[in-house]
Design a protein around this ligand. Structure first.
Ligand code: ATP
Ligand code: MG
Ligand code: FE
Length: 347
């Protein structure tokens, strides 16, 4: 069966197509993404009105591109999945409206699914079915969460999250104060390669013995970087951007991987999935690989293109929901900007 997935929660218009095989596994057929990121860059963050308008313009052409890429026609589609939330209200509405139109025109079931669960589900396109139980760490522009997963369509339970900024948000804010372009992850990742990760000892938030084991905090780190940069400028010295990037990146990767590996041990699972835009980070991937190997954990990280927002992740999650035998969502589903991660599919 063929599942069409639609993603419009933020600034990427994504349409993906996957095939659900009889054994419950999923294959990627197409992944078309149109981004309005360039239109937001000069504002240093996503402007909701601009994102909604860009989704409207990109929706139909992106769907066409996905179908062409897969060599399929709309009539080949057996189910439609769409991001129902969380995300920007106006942006979500465009995708939900389009999905309702496709599903009702084709007479196929509609599934309103969770964007965050989609970030985890996408890994099955790359590395096959998930084990019965695993730990997922979602690190994206708006979220930093540890999730206990027992079947991606069945049970996703948050066991910890950031108490202030998301990891991606910290990257974007630090990039801004170093005058690097938005989004900040890719340029910081690049600059860090030429820097010394031990040049500056930036703080590791919430890692004290009395701190919440599975929660994160990145706003203190961002402030520490800001202070360090200001002081250096005040002293009339040149800011060693590469060293600042490398040291900041090391602090983020250190905390994320240490907490994730420990939580996997607490949960007694043998697999850690890391996903979301920040999972594209080269240092996070290498440090996670080292620490998972040392702890005897299997590490799964989707390729970078699948880590950031796309339609294939929603198609993949839709396919798993379909395979689980869940009822389709009601045809009048709303977009829910605050949809909690536990709600994998709208009922
Ligand atoms: P959410 O999924 O929480 O709604 P989002 O969808 O906007 O948020 P993603 O698209 O998953 O987030 O990820 C975007 C974030 O990933 C940005 O903050 C960006 O800076 C960060 N990012 C992208 N590439 C890298 C990288 N190589 N290193 C670190 N961060 C990165
Ligand atoms: Mg984005
Ligand atoms: Fe996302």
């Amino acid at each position: 069966r063929i599942v069409l997935g639609i993603e419009t929660s933020c600034d990427e218009t994504g349409v993906g197509l996957v095939r659900l095989l009889p054994d419950g596994s999923v294959r990627l057929l197409a992944d078309a993404v149109a981004s309005s990121v360039d239109q937001h860059a000069r504002f240093g963050g996503v402007v909701p009105e601009i994102a909604s308008r860009a989704h409207l313009e990109a929706m139909a052409p992106t769907a066409r591109r996905a179908l062409d890429e897969a060599g399929l026609e709309l009539s080949d589609v057996d189910a439609v999945a769409v991001t129902a939330g969380p995300g920007l209200a106006g942006a979500l509405m465009v995708g939900v409206a389009a999905a309702k139109a496709y599903a009702s025109a084709l007479g196929v079931p509609l599934y309103g699914v969770n964007h965050l669960a989609g970030h985890v589900a996408v890994d099955t396109l790359e590395h096959g079915p998930l084990p019965a139980r695993c730990l997922a760490m979602l690190v994206s522009g708006g979220h930093t969460q540890l999730l206990s997963v027992a079947g991606i369509a069945e049970e996703v339970i948050p066991i910890g999250s950031t108490i202030d900024d998301a990891a991606g948000e910290a990257y974007d804010k630090v990039a801004r104060l170093l005058d690097l372009p938005y989004p900040g992850g890719p340029p910081i990742d690049r600059m860090a390669r030429a820097g010394d990760p031990n040049a500056i000892a930036f703080p590791r938030g919430l890692t004290g013995p009395r701190d919440a084991r599975n929660d994160f905090s990145f706003s203190g780190l961002k402030t520490a970087v800001a202070r360090w940069v200001e002081q250096t400028r005040r002293d009339g010295r040149e800011v060693p951007v590469e060293d600042v990037c490398a040291s900041f990146q090391e602090a983020v990767a250190d905390v994320l991987t240490a907490k994730a590996v420990r939580a996997a041990g607490d949960l007694d699972v043998d697999t850690l999935v890391i996903s979301g835009g920040v999972a594209a980070n080269s240092r996070l991937a290498s440090l996670a690989a080292d620490r998972c190997a040392a702890a005897g954990l299997t590490l799964r990280v989707p390729r970078p293109r699948l880590c950031t927002d796309n339609g294939a992740m929603i198609a993949a999650l839709g396919a798993h929901v379909l395979a689980s035998g869940a009822e389709p969502s009601p045809s009048g589903i709303p977009a829910d900007p605050g949809l909690p991660v536990e709600t994998v599919v709208l009922r």
